[in-house]
Design a protein around this ligand. Sequence first.
Ligand SMILES: NC(=O)c1ccc[n+]([C@@H]2O[C@H](COP(=O)([O-])OP(=O)(O)OC[C@H]3O[C@@H](n4cnc5c(N)ncnc54)[C@H](O)[C@@H]3O)[C@@H](O)[C@H]2O)c1
Length: 281
Amino acid sequence: MFKKIGVLGAGTMGNGIANVISKNDIQVIMVDIDKDNLEKGYQSIQKSFNRSVKKERMTESEKEDALKKITISTEMESLSDVDLVIEAAVENLETKKGIFAKLDKIVKDDSILSTNTSALSITEIATVTERKDKVIGIHFFNPVPMMKLVEVIRAAETSDTCYNKVSEFINSINKEAVKVNEAPGFVVNRILIPMINEAVYILQESVASAEDIDLAMKLGANHPIGPLALADLIGLDVCLAIMETLHQELGEDKYRPCPLLRKKVRAKQLGRKTNRGFYNY
Ligand SMILES: NC(=O)c1ccc[n+]([C@@H]2O[C@H](COP(=O)([O-])OP(=O)(O)OC[C@H]3O[C@@H](n4cnc5c(N)ncnc54)[C@H](O)[C@@H]3O)[C@@H](O)[C@H]2O)c1
């Protein structure tokens, strides 16, 4: 099993993933090119652990133990001795391909490279490496410490050994793995993000207010959170990137990103992470 794991990207997802892994018998190194984001990510983990101690979900010594397992760095080269990398950088195909080409040269020959991409082709990302059989999708959900599901996504050349090792790891950290054969948006986002996009169209057309759209879906469809509040949690830039991938890859008008979603992203109103999205925070 994996002894040391690298998490690349310390944003919303990266710090959540490092948080969860550090509670197991595994060393974690979290890397981000942006020093401020790296420090913010580490502080988010500390804050999350402090909340858990307060709520008696974790003891003070468990918190200290978990924090001791996390190291941080701005250098990708510090991932040279990890058994698995989970990449959680921005949702952009060219950026991810650039990262994987570099990682392929840095990590050990038998290390597995994975991406937390929301919708991009893992098969295409794998093409820039010399280890296509050891490239896989590990798709966590936000907020990572709370969400049980992980989609484990097989690309065209992912080996059975790699798939089995990763699934076993996911189960060992107390998450539930679902096996997915690569397709745009995988399972959850193929269903969820078009629904969020439709909610944005409804808002754009003034059919109802943001509050009422969310209330309607909470009370009428029994969703724990409304689609617009969920979009703010995910990040509007991430939602737009996923819609664009679905639209490009599947080519159908039903996947057209809503102009209001595009406008919000251009205005940098990205949701909770910028304190403003469909709601103010
Ligand atoms: N936000 C969600 O709800 C969610 C859920 C599941 C999957 N994802 C996916 O996870 C990935 C990360 O999303 P996020 O919401 O955490 O984004 P984010 O914007 O919060 O964080 C991305 C981080 O990556 C860093 N980064 C950018 N380029 C880098 C590079 N070359 N090397 C190292 N670090 C780099 C940035 O500095 C930033 O800190 C994306 O692929 C996204 O689609 C997001």
